[in-house]
Design a protein around this ligand. Structure first.
Ligand code: PLP
Length: 340
């Protein structure tokens, strides 16, 4: 065993094949034990439910090396729990969260040589996912499923400092009321591709989506929840049934309250309030927090006072505290850091 010869600091966010992955099959009403395999290819029938009707859900988390050299993941039980909810909503069998955490550990352990060293800024991204695998042509749930986990090393999200980004208020909707916005399903991403390519072509980094019913309230971006900091240092984050419950956002809310003594408001946030905020950030596993410097609503530019040069001071404190907890520099709440 020895770490792979990879230039960790210069990795991007792309797929690099690692040595092993986990596979478990669901058939005749039960999951098998699952195995670690070297085979990265999947052979499916042409009529597999996932190919015809997109019956698939996924998760995303990271393994990394702490300051004292342990290989850990961050709150994997919450990913397991969220995958259970996602599966239920798409009428897929639940892969139990306890087995999920064990499978994550097995997969990371098998790929230990790909876990980047402490200080490199890189991490091993873990992608658990599940899909309907048997042939289905009449619209109904599949009978057979595969649950898999692969890993891929990814580089530091911010190379040379976290530069604030520009987002636009999107004319496209991400999630309908009573729809599937709150689950982590590929279908929510397939339909966001048009909007993100369009945003990039027009010079924006991301789409900020509104609630589809009234188009007056802020929800989230395509793959990250939103936090705001008010001028008097409160953390405000949108609350809605169609937002994906980000583990990073939930952790930041806890950190704000319990570590930084901040007031937190989880509530409906109106588009009309945007100019009241001092800072804005997008939160998700990949970046932890990406600072937003400017929000453009159909030509109306809202420039956050934190500016376009660096992360706002309160966002920075939240970011430093959460990443400090993750990396073992600051004491973590019980159960947050799970050793592999
Ligand atoms: C995965 C995801 C997030 C971020 O969730 P984390 O658990 O923090 O990684 C936010 N929004 C959407 C739509 C997502 O799919």
């Amino acid at each position: 065993m020895g770490k792979k010869d990879i230039d960790w600091g210069n990795l991007g966010f792309g797929y690099i094949k690692t040595d092993y992955r986990f596979v478990s099959n669901y058939k005749d009403g039960r999951w098998d034990e699952g195995v670690i395999t070297g085979d990265s290819d999947i052979v499916l029938n042409e009529c597999a439910c996932v190919l015809q009707y997109a019956q698939t859900v996924f998760e995303g988390l990271k393994a990394y090396t702490t300051e004292d050299g342990r290989t850990v993941t961050f709150r994997p039980d919450l990913n397991g729990e969220r995958l259970e909810h996602s599966a239920e909503r798409l009428k897929m069998p639940v892969y139990p969260k306890e087995s999920f955490v064990e499978a994550v550990k097995k997969t990371v352990r098998a790929n230990e040589d790909f876990v980047p060293p402490y200080g490199s800024g890189a991490t091993l991204y873990i992608r658990p996912y599940m899909f309907g695998s048997d042939p289905i042509i009449g619209v109904k749930p599949a009978n057979e499923y595969q649950f898999r986990i692969f890993t891929t090393p990814v580089g530091p999200y911010f190379k040379g400092g976290a530069k604030p980004i520009t987002v636009r208020i999107s004319d496209f909707d991400r999630a309908a009321p009573h729809g599937t916005g709150h689950i982590k399903a590929g279908l929510n991403y397939a339909m966001s591709l048009y909007a993100i390519v369009d945003a990039h072509e027009k010079g924006f980094d991301e789409n900020m989506y509104l609630d589809a019913a009234s188009r007056t309230k802020l929800e989230e971006t395509g793959g990250a929840n939103i936090i705001f900091i008010t001028r008097d240092n409160k953390l405000v984050t949108p609350k809605s049934d169609s937002i994906l419950p980000s583990i990073t956002r939930r952790s930041l809310v806890y950190v704000a309250k319990e570590y930084l003594g901040m007031e937190v408001e989880e509530r409906e946030v109106y588009l009309s309030e945007l100019s009241d905020f001092a800072e804005c950030g997008l939160c998700g596993t990949a970046a932890v927090v990406s600072p937003v410097g400017k929000i453009v609503d159909h030509g109306r530019e809202i420039c956050l006072p934190a500016g376009m040069e660096s992360m706002g001071p309160v966002t920075k404190k939240l970011y430093d505290t959460l990443t400090g907890i993750q990396m073992g520099r600051i004491e973590a709440p019980k159960g947050w850091i799970v050793e592999i």
